[in-house]
Design a protein around this ligand. Structure first.
Ligand SMILES: CC(C)(COP(=O)(O)OP(=O)(O)OC[C@H]1O[C@@H](n2cnc3c(N)ncnc32)[C@H](O)[C@@H]1OP(=O)(O)O)[C@@H](O)C(=O)NCCC(=O)NCCS
Length: 169
């Protein structure tokens, strides 16, 4: 699998990736959210990294957003917030998730940020173990409530109780 990983290219998201990261419709509901992420990337606030291999196309993504201090996550310190981090199922456990997380850490340092924060669903035992192994610690409970407008213009509400996790780099 190492050879496969060597062939994976990680780059910034392009506008033409937007339909592709809907993953054959599985994430079509996030179309407007992704468009907003792309706009934020153009503004320099978010960097969306896309991983692709020559034979498999897009296989993973991770969104990195520079955040100012705020009462909810980090009252005193700026941080890098990780979101929409996923590796397509058939390509997991090949080291790609760890590689992307490492790239997120390097990106944070380059941007002068020493703190990484993310939310992981409480029900996602594998994800929580993965982050723990990568040096993240849970430090707050998040109700995981958020609203967005889906691709058909409907307001959707999601509620996935999560643990906020952080790592200092
Ligand atoms: C969590 C997630 C991003 C991890 O991605 P991944 O590519 O599978 O990550 P890695 O391959 O680097 O590591 C996963 C595990 O496989 C192991 N692994 C890595 N390379 C391996 C290999 N070649 N052979 C066997 N196992 C391997 C790692 O040791 C790691 O074990 P750990 O979880 O006990 O630390 C992925 O499982 C995913 O997309 N899950 C669904 C969405 C999600 O949960 N996102 C994160 C929460 S918001």
């Amino acid at each position: 699998m190492k050879d496969w990983l060597d062939r994976v290219n990680v780059r910034k998201m392009r506008e033409t990736d937007l339909p592709l990261i809907e993953w054959e419709g599985e994430y079509a509901r996030y179309r407007k959210v992704y468009q907003e992420v792309y706009r934020n990337q153009r503004l320099g606030v978010t960097t969306a990294l896309i991983a692709e291999s020559p034979e498999d196309g897009i296989v993973a993504q991770i969104f990195l957003t520079k955040k100012p201090p705020n009462e909810i996550f980090s009252p005193e310190e700026r941080y890098l917030f990780i979101s929409s981090f996923r590796v397509k199922e058939p390509f997991r456990k090949r080291g790609l998730g760890s590689l992307l997380l490492k790239m997120a850490e390097l990106f944070a340092k380059k941007e002068g940020l020493r703190l990484l924060i993310l939310n992981c669903a409480q029900s996602n035992r594998e994800g929580l173990a993965f982050y723990k192994n990568a040096g993240f610690e849970g430090y707050r409970i998040d109700d995981g409530k958020w609203r967005y407008i889906d691709h058909e213009g409907n307001v959707r509400e999601e509620c996935e109780p999560a643990f906020s996790m952080r790592k200092r780099v």
